[in-house]
Design a protein around this ligand. Structure first.
Ligand SMILES: [Zn+2]
Length: 249
């Protein structure tokens, strides 16, 4: 199976390291914002290996050093690459709480097998985790250092990056990241139904939330596990047309 190791440019100063369409790998899009002196990542990748591939791709476009990593929410596939980046990690306060709870666990392949026995419905997600993380001994979860409750604005080199807590059923800590100058919105997984192991029959995309997030000044909509969308495509999905994304996390 072909996996992409190249960045895809979406606008001036905006890129993604694209998601892996194989749901078994649970590899989300990672957003990249560049300014003259800083690179800002939206999510950290699902593993140190994923994050290192992103670092190589950043080198190829001669991106400035990574100054900030923003976690859109605390699910492992958006957080577990964090240790590769020597930067400040930004997150909503509930996300920080959940990440520090995860960091207190004795991660190892043995621990994952025990977790599967305790929670059989999480098997797919946890198996994916043990596939993408090959070295637990040197593994470390990076906890957010810069925390906000409702909105945070960063101005690296005067470019506005606005992070807003939106919550939702997928993850109550979900935040979205707006870059008005690039007319881009990174959504993480905020409008998805709950993760597979918590999903009930009838759970669907959070269409009212999606419609609330559409704005005339935003043209590019990037969710966690799908292809980037135009405003029209995102609106169609919000109105019940188009194919919802499949993901376990
Ligand atoms: Zn998620």
């Amino acid at each position: 199976m072909m996996i992409s190791n190249a960045l895809v440019q979406l606008a001036d100063n905006i890129w993604i390291f694209p998601h892996d369409p194989n749901p078994g790998r649970v590899q989300p899009n990672v957003g990249i914002i560049t300014t003259p002196n800083h690179t800002i990542l939206v999510d950290a990748g699902n593993s140190p290996r994923h994050a290192r591939r992103i670092m190589i791709a950043l080198d190829e476009i001669e991106a400035p050093p990574v100054s900030y990593v923003i976690y859109t929410h605390s699910h492992w596939d958006h957080v577990f690459g964090g240790m590769v980046f020597d930067s400040t990690t930004v997150a909503q306060e509930l996300c920080r709480k959940q990440v520090s709870e995860m960091a207190s666990r004795p991660w190892s392949n043995g621990y994952i097998q025990e977790e599967i026995m305790r929670n059989p419905s999480r098997e797919a997600s946890l198996q994916a985790m043990s596939t993408v993380i090959d070295d637990w001994r040197n593994f470390r979860i990076v906890q957010p250092q810069l925390v906000f409750s409702r909105v945070m604005r960063l101005y690296p080199d005067d470019m506005l990056i606005e992070i807003e807590h939106v919550g939702g059923l997928h993850a109550p800590d979900s935040a979205v990241v707006r870059i008005p100058q690039a007319r881009t919105l990174f959504l993480g997984d905020c409008f998805y139904p709950p993760p597979m192991h918590l999903r009930k029959e009838g759970d669907m995309l959070n269409q009212p939330m999606m419609r609330m997030l559409v704005r005339d000044d935003l043209d590019i909509y990037v969710d966690g596990h799908g292809d980037p969308m135009t405003r029209d495509e995102f609106l169609k999905l919000a109105n019940g047309e188009g194919n919802p994304v499949k993901t376990t996390e």
